[in-house]
Design a protein around this ligand. Structure first.
Ligand SMILES: C[S@@+](CC[C@H](N)C(=O)[O-])C[C@H]1O[C@@H](n2cnc3c(N)ncnc32)[C@H](O)[C@@H]1O
Length: 222
């Protein structure tokens, strides 16, 4: 049986979105260079980057798809939708699993609106619930069932807070996939995941391929 992730509707759309990101992101990065990425000012950085995709690399997207398939994920939570590239990988997995929902959250309303259109173009709108606003608010309530997989790809300074907000919902064996883990503000977050008494088995991984190597962390809830 052919999977949705390899259907031409998805592969063509991902090719278009990655090509658009390759044009737009370098310009947005230049504009945001002055903004500070830490503390309270992180929101300003993302406002300056409001037109940028900053997507997961394809290789990590494929890994996310594979992880969600292999744990037969039915409830997935994504922190940081942007224009929906990672959302397409994860929602394809849920569709291919046959049931479930991806709850994704995005701070910038215009990005979330475009992401909705992209997910509709990918034939995946029925598998995704969009929550617009700060993840610390939007993910506070209404998470149905136990969470099987979490993607952390929003403001780096909030990874630990978002993880701890979701912890009561994580089922044993749930996967936490974190992107861009070489970011300077993630030390405490990585330290937390790697302390066995906090309940995770956690490993750093690198993806290589279509772009320079990128570090991620894959953590399993014990
Ligand atoms: C790296 S991008 C996400 C890329 C996306 N996962 C993909 O692969 O296409 C990070 C996104 O997180 C959003 N974001 C940042 N802080 C947030 C917050 N507190 N709540 C929700 N979204 C946030 C930003 O607006 C930005 O669009």
């Amino acid at each position: 049986m052919r999977s949705w992730i390899t259907s031409t509707v998805v592969t063509d759309l991902l090719a278009t979105l990655y090509a658009d990101a390759a044009k737009i992101d370098p310009l947005a990065r230049k504009a945001a260079m002055e903004a500070n990425e830490t503390g309270e000012q992180e929101a300003d950085y993302y406002k300056a980057m409001r037109n940028a995709y900053v997507p997961v690399p394809r290789e990590f997207g494929n890994l996310l798809y594979g992880l969600a398939r292999s744990v037969k994920a039915k409830v997935v939570v994504e922190f940081g939708t942007s224009f929906g590239i990672s959302t397409i990988f994860l929602a394809s997995a849920i569709r291919d699993n046959g049931a479930g929902k991806l709850v994704t959250t995005e701070f910038v309303p215009e990005k979330a609106e475009q992401a909705k259109k992209n997910l509709a173009a990918a034939g995946l709108e029925d598998w995704v619930e969009f929550r617009i606003g700060n993840a610390l608010e939007t993910l506070k309530a209404d998470l149905s069932g136990q969470v099987d997989l979490v993607l952390l790809d929003g403001a780096k300074g909030l990874y630990l807070d978002v993880l701890q907000l979701l912890e009561p919902h994580l089922r044993p064996g749930a996967i936490i996939a974190s992107d861009n883990t070489d970011h300077k503000s993630l030390e405490a977050f990585l330290g937390y995941l790697r302390q066995p008494e906090n309940g995770y088995t956690s490993s750093a991984i690198l993806t290589t391929g279509s772009e320079v190597s990128r570090p991620h962390e894959i953590s399993i809830r014990n």
